[in-house]
Design a protein around this ligand. Structure first.
Ligand code: NI
Length: 394
């Protein structure tokens, strides 16, 4: 596989150039027009069958070896964030208030690099590879769901899928993976408590929305502590409470917003149900009323055991066993979850922090950057994932 590393080094300047170009010209979710044009052009140049404008700006390239074998999907997301780029680098964002502050520019460049290598190695493996470039990972409802609905996992039917996130929580050279739940379902809620306003000196004529909202928020604290199985991770957080007009006025309404994070559909459903029951019971007890809007975010990312084990072996060969980490589950969401609901696969974190180079900012930070050398590791992981895929028995 020394040969593979050499191949990657040969195309690497092109990959870095693509990444820096995407970085300098970031586009928000579902607006990745320029990015997707460059992707389509690059894939067509490699002789792949290319479909564009899937779920608005999505692109899928199909590489067919002409020999029977598995159909493998590799996925990258393309969108940037509404963040002002604060880095002093030659490839800094040229778009005011928009920045690739999560590394999706790197994901896109890495997947294009993988397509370059695999199309040149077409005779070294069997089956087909689908390169999925997805819009809008950062904002609900996300690009993965409409991509799946548009049939990107069909014709030909995808057997397994692999996705990578560059990760500045880990140093370069590390790979973090985990079978089972890796990232949480991230839901949000908006609640309105409807009471009856009045004079602060005459509470008996009112239904105080502030008091009712306080009771509701206190009772929510018992959902995780008393209703959820203690072995199941879950979060119910109230982020805002807004109510009232003045010190001597009893508020007629109160607005509560917050977020719910879970790792299983059962717990997710249980929490939503308990919230509704608490709202219903407490408002009834105080003669108030409520509106409850529970907004479902991405489901949890649940990695397939066998695929994760398969990638663990590949990663050990690429970075050494001691650098393959057991990833801690993350409470953040990721719409790769939708692909994993349809086909077995795994999503891994690829170390991209490098303190010596001053690259250590967290994701979504205005000064976020990643060590570009991580992309070479990412390409090698994805190429090997495809080359050995016929041995992956799920
Ligand atoms: Ni991201």
């Amino acid at each position: 596989m020394k040969d593979l590393k050499e191949r990657i080094q040969k195309i690497f300047p092109k990959v870095r150039e693509l990444r820096r170009d995407f970085h300098a010209h970031p586009e928000l979710g579902f607006e990745e027009v320029r990015t997707s044009e460059i992707i389509a052009m690059t894939l067509e140049g490699l002789g792949l069958e290319v479909k564009t404008k899937i779920a608005k700006t999505g692109v899928v390239g199909l590489l067919d070896t002409g020999k029977p074998g598995p159909t493998v999907a590799l996925r990258a997301d393309m969108d940037a964030l509404p963040v002002k780029d604060a880095k002093k680098v030659p490839y800094a964002s040229t778009v005011d208030g928009v920045c690739h502050a999560c590394g999706h520019d790197g994901h896109t460049a890495m997947l294009l690099g993988t397509a370059m290598i695999l199309s040149a190695m077409k005779n070294d493996f069997t089956g087909k590879v689908k390169f999925i470039f997805q819009p809008c990972e950062e904002q609900l409802p996300g690009g993965a769901k409409p991509m799946v609905e548009a049939g990107v996992l069909e014709n030909p039917k995808v057997d397994n899928i692999f996705g990578i996130h560059l990760w500045t929580n880990y140093s370069i050279g590390k790979v973090g993976l985990k079978a089972g739940p890796l990232m949480a379902a991230a839901d949000s809620f908006v609640i309105e408590i409807i009471g009856k306003g009045g004079h602060g000196s005459a509470p008996h004529q009112t239904v105080d929305a502030v008091v009712v909202a306080s009771q509701v928020i206190s009772a929510f604290q018992t959902i995780v502590s008393r209703s959820v199985n203690p072995l199941e991770p879950a979060v119910v957080s109230v982020g805002t409470l807004q109510a009232g007009y003045g010190f001597n006025i009893i508020a007629d309404t109160a607005k509560i917003t917050g977020t719910v994070r879970t790792f299983s559909e059962e717990t997710r459903a249980l929490i939503q149900k308990r919230m509704e029951e608490i709202l219903k019971g407490i408002t009834q007890a105080y003669n108030a009323d409520y509106r409850f809007d529970y907004i479902k975010g991405y489901p949890a990312v649940i990695n397939n055991e066998k695929v994760t084990e398969y990638v663990r072996q590949i990663a050990a060969e690429v970075v050494g066993e001691e650098n393959v980490l057991n990833a801690e589950p993350v409470m953040g969401g990721e719409d790769f979850a939708y692909y994993l609901q349809q086909v077995p696969g795994t999503f891994v974190f690829l170390g991209a922090k490098n303190e010596e180079k001053g690259i250590a900012f967290p994701h979504h930070h205005p000064e976020f950057d990643f060590d570009e050398d991580a992309m070479a590791i990412g390409i090698e992981l994805m190429v090997r994932y495809v080359l050995n895929n016929k041995n992956l028995k799920i």
